[in-house]
Unconditional design. Structure first.
Ligand code: DX5
Ligand code: ZN
Length: 230
């Protein structure tokens, strides 16, 4: 099932409750947490997540671009996140951390930066509810989509299928009307979109349009004959 998660990184931080309301109909709100260490940018922490979770009924998808997620991620569940994504490159004990996030009642997800191969995490996939494949270098909104990540998205979906996993595959970075179809055809089903939603006059309409495009592309891919495995 296609899900569209607008990223509030491109929203007006002084009006977050209104900005959440502006994308009514979105599946999740994507909340980018940056610590100025793991990435060269600083955004927000648990107090803002807690306030936002009380201000909206849309569940929060927290993407932690931070060092030491083993130490900090559980607090984001307690602050109200429904899904918590930590980076593979930063986690000391990803299996233990995923189990802890789930035990606290949230969905557990792991993100891979563009240069991190998915193959080395094949054995961990059953521990996760979602895998996030970054389609830009994490840190900033509004960057150009890296289409060299498309084969990695395909390989990730193939690994999930090989193990019979129903888990979600999220893409984040440069997702827009011109790139979402390629992502859906490659096997992604959860789409983060910042500037292509909040950069428009009607964010809710942008969410609907992206959803339609992704659903149509996913249908096309399902009807197509299986691609030769390369
Ligand atoms: C980037 C963040 C993204 C960002 C995406 O590091 O993880 O979630 O908000 O922004 P767009 O959709 O503008 O590339
Ligand atoms: Zn993100």
């Amino acid at each position: 099932m296609v899900q569209i998660n607008p990223s509030i990184l491109s929203a007006d931080f002084a009006r977050l409750a209104d900005e959440a309301e502006a994308v009514r109909g979105a599946d999740w709100l994507h909340v980018d947490v940056m610590d100025s260490h793991f990435v060269p940018n600083l955004t927000l922490g648990t107090p803002v997540v807690e306030a936002l979770s009380k201000a909206t009924s849309t569940p929060l998808d927290c993407h932690l671009m931070i060092d030491e997620p083993d130490r900090w991620a559980p607090q984001y569940v307690e602050a109200g996140a429904g899904s918590v994504t930590f980076h593979a490159e930063a986690a000391a004990a990803p299996v233990r951390l995923a189990r802890e996030i789930k035990a606290l009642g949230a969905r557990a997800s792991m993100a891979l930066k563009p240069a991190t191969p998915v193959e080395q995490y094949e054995d961990l996939l059953p521990e996760l509810d979602m895998l996030l494949i970054m389609t830009v270098e994490p840190g900033f909104g509004g960057q150009a989509f890296l289409d060299i990540m498309l084969p990695k998205i395909r390989r990730a979906r193939r690994l999930m299928d090989k193990h019979g996993l129903q888990m979600w595959l999220q893409v984040d970075g440069g997702v827009s009307a011109s790139t979402i179809e390629q992502c859906a055809e490659a096997g992604a089903d959860v789409f983060v979109a910042g500037s292509s939603v909040y950069g428009t006059d009607d964010p809710a309409a942008a969410v609907r349009a992206l959803r339609e495009q992704a659903e149509e592309a996913a249908r096309r891919a399902a009807d197509a004959p299986p691609a030769p495995s390369a």
